[in-house]
Design a binder for this molecule. Structure first.
Ligand code: ADP
Length: 637
């Protein structure tokens, strides 16, 4: 029989296991029990969605079988089982938990502390059996199949799969333990007391009974007391098939009985994260619909978060029985990063998937959950700003999209949760905080958009606001401009871009208008020579030391134009551009002179100023070579 080889990355994980680099060997039991429990979940789930599958939940159990003579430990389940292909696919390559990518090169054989760290944080799955075993045999029969298969491996040299006998569906994992050495005592894993302790420690909340034959003693009652000289009670030993775990899911337990570490461990294993969550929400409510939920906010965006692969949703249980893996109705789109479980005794087990989706009860639970998440985030924002900022770094954009989506339907719920960088505080602030600091004469909330904080800070049009001591919110996310447009105002305070034409004092604005009028001929000439590239040329009231900037008029801002350009949307939306000039700047005097004496030169200066305004606004200039030629020409005379 030829041996098959493990895939490269599996081999590496296996190497780590076999050589027991990771010292916490005992976790192998937790991993195998968790796999067994998953396999039974899968079977139950199948029975909900497929009429041909009927399962009696009460008969599902995990068995731990000790054979001291053969030096084997067996974990047996009557779950969904595996056919030969599944054995090949699942055990020949790295499992889901193993989808961790080693940070260093796979071909490297040396083990780094980094690897060990990863193993410690992740569940390592099935391969952990090799930490304590010299060989592992998996006998499995898939539900609904008559044929069983045996997978055998002693680790590094590959594995074999052959047909075999098995009386019922499910999987037996038989581990032949490594012989004890001076340093390592593997046989402790055959010890009842040790096994019982490990089940309690790691797998107590598994919702199927974990059974083991245990030795017990009992007193023998003697009826024949007259003939009994000896009054001492007599005992006999007997074997009892005992359930070791208390089977209460972690979310059913009172909070006081579960440690943070246990909650975090549960989260990491269940949702395949290797970092603790940044926040946890325990919910237990009774009302029209009673439910319990255990929700987690991850501490960072999952690697596939922004791909189609990432599905939002919470795991849904009905009285401890899994009925849906990712129920998307339970979390709104803007909180799609929240992971967790929801359990309600009020939901029927027999509802099919389709019906579930429309279930009104789910909507009730969903909206209650939304409120709780909102409250939790508000609490974090108020009480632990640093933590909130960290959260916001990862999921802030999601909240902002939540404001924009569905034409602002959720904006009132989310507006207090968003942060923007403040020019004066030099850190992210809420809109309410901004309002609380507004000057007496200040009517609107100012913001400026750009690529980075530094770039925005250097924008000519923000200079005046800073000078006058106004706080300006610096917006660097693409969606920000849309957020401001949807919000429009907060507590009666309008949100206005520093680019808008009506954000300045009336007096300043009138002076600028007068000056614009005075130069009407020049500006008409410029508009014409720029042949339609700008809608208007005018004197700006906002410029102080810089010569020029580009603003826009109408409902599409320059930032939106950039956004749409990036989206490569069909109808390429363009902002109406306005070239704003500084009447105090020497270049303006030069322009005026040229207009009077040399129209060709005035045309060139206009072109140069326009191109410069594009650069400042963060647009590519249309023809860089022509632009540099033009500059040289102008400098040359
Ligand atoms: P993970 O459980 O994290 O996916 P494992 O390496 O532990 O990774 O297992 C790989 C896969 O093997 C599982 O996803 C599952 O499909 C299958 N498997 C493991 N143990 C069992 C079992 N007892 N019954 C059925 N399938 C199993």
């Amino acid at each position: 029989m030829s041996k098959k080889q493990f895939k490269a990355e599996s081999k590496r994980l296996l190497d780590l296991m076999i050589h027991s680099i990771y010292t916490n060997q005992e976790i192998f039991l937790r991993e195998l029990i968790s796999n067994a429990s998953d396999a039974m979940d899968k079977l139950c789930y199948l029975s909900l969605t497929n009429d041909k599958v009927s399962v009696n939940r009460d008969e599902l159990a995990i068995k731990i079988i000790v054979d001291k003579e053969l030096n084997t430990l067996t974990i047996s389940d009557n779950g969904i089982g595996m056919d030969s292909q599944a054995l090949e696919d699942n055990l020949g390559v790295i499992g889901k938990s193993g989808s961790l990518t080693f940070k260093n090169d796979m071909t490297e054989t040396e083990v780094t502390p980094n690897d060990i760290d990863i193993i410690g944080q992740f569940g390592v799955g099935f391969y952990s059996a090799f930490m304590v075993s010299e060989s592992v045999t998996v006998i499995s029969r898939a539900y609904g199949s008559d044929t069983a298969y045996k997978w055998v491996s002693s680790g590094e040299d590959g594995y074999t799969i052959v047909e075999c006998e098995k009386s019922s569906f499910g999987t037996d994992i038989i581990m032949k333990l490594k012989p004890d050495t001076d340093d390592e005592n593997y046989s402790r894993f055959l010890n009842e007391f040790t096994l019982r302790g490990l089940v309690k420690k790691y797998s107590d909340y598994i919702r199927y009974p974990i059974k083991m034959d245990v030795e017990k003693t009992r007193a023998i009652e003697s009826n024949d007391s007259a003939n009994d000289n000896d009054n001492a009670p007599k005992y006999e030993t007997y074997t009892e098939n005992e359930t070791l775990n208390d089977m209460i899911p972690i979310w059913h337990k009172p909070k006081s009985e579960v440690t943070d570490e246990q909650y975090n461990q549960f989260y990491k294993e269940k949702f395949f994260d290797y970092e603790d969550p940044i926040s946890r929400i325990n919910i237990s409510t009774e009302g029209v619909i009673s439910y319990e939920a255990l929700l987690f906010i991850p501490s960072r965006t999952p690697h596939n978060y922004f791909t189609k692969e990432y599905e939002k949703g919470l795991q849904l249980y009905s009285s401890g029985v899994l009925i849906m893996d990712k129920c998307s109705d339970l979390v709104p789109e803007h909180f799609r990063f929240v992971r967790g479980v929801v359990d309600s005794q009020d939901l029927s087990l027999n509802i099919s998937r389709e019906m579930l989706q429309q279930n009104r009860q789910l909507q009730v639970i969903g909206s209650s959950i939304e409120k709780k998440i909102n409250r939790e985030l508000t609490k974090m924002l108020e009480n632990d700003r640093e933590k909130y900022q960290e959260f916001f770094k990862h999921f802030g954009v999601q909240l902002k999209y939540g404001i924009v989506n569905e034409y602002g339907a959720h904006k009132d719920n989310l507006k207090d949760l968003i942060l923007f960088y403040s020019s004066t505080e030099q850190k992210p602030v809420t809109l309410a905080e901004y309002i609380s600091r507004m000057k007496e004469d200040q009517k609107v909330i100012y913001y400026a958009c750009g690529e980075t904080i530094t770039k925005i800070d250097r924008l000519p049009q923000t200079e005046l606001f800073k000078d006058k001591g106004y706080e300006v919110l610096y917006l660097t996310d693409e969606v920000d401009d849309f957020v401001m447009n949807i919000l429009r105002e907060i507590n009666g305070k309008e949100l206005k871009s520093v680019n808008s034409s009506d954000v300045i004092d009336k007096e300043d604005s009138e002076t600028a208008q007068v000056k614009t009028k005075e130069n009407k001929d020049l500006f008409d000439f410029m508009k014409e020579s720029l042949s339609g590239k700008v809608k208007e040329v005018r004197i700006s009231e906002k410029l102080k030391s810089h010569p020029v900037y580009l603003s826009s008029d109408g409902s599409i801002s320059l930032e939106m134009e950039k956004y749409f350009a990036q989206m490569k949307s069909e109808d390429h939306m363009k902002a109406d551009r306005i070239l704003e000039l500084n009447a105090q700047h020497p270049i303006f005097t030069m322009l005026k002179n040229a207009y009077e004496n040399d129209k060709e030169r005035a045309k060139k200066i206009s072109e140069m100023l326009y191109q410069q305004s594009l650069l400042i606004a963060g647009f590519p200039i249309e023809d860089p070579t022509a632009y540099t030629d033009l500059l040289c020409e102008l400098l040359g005379g």
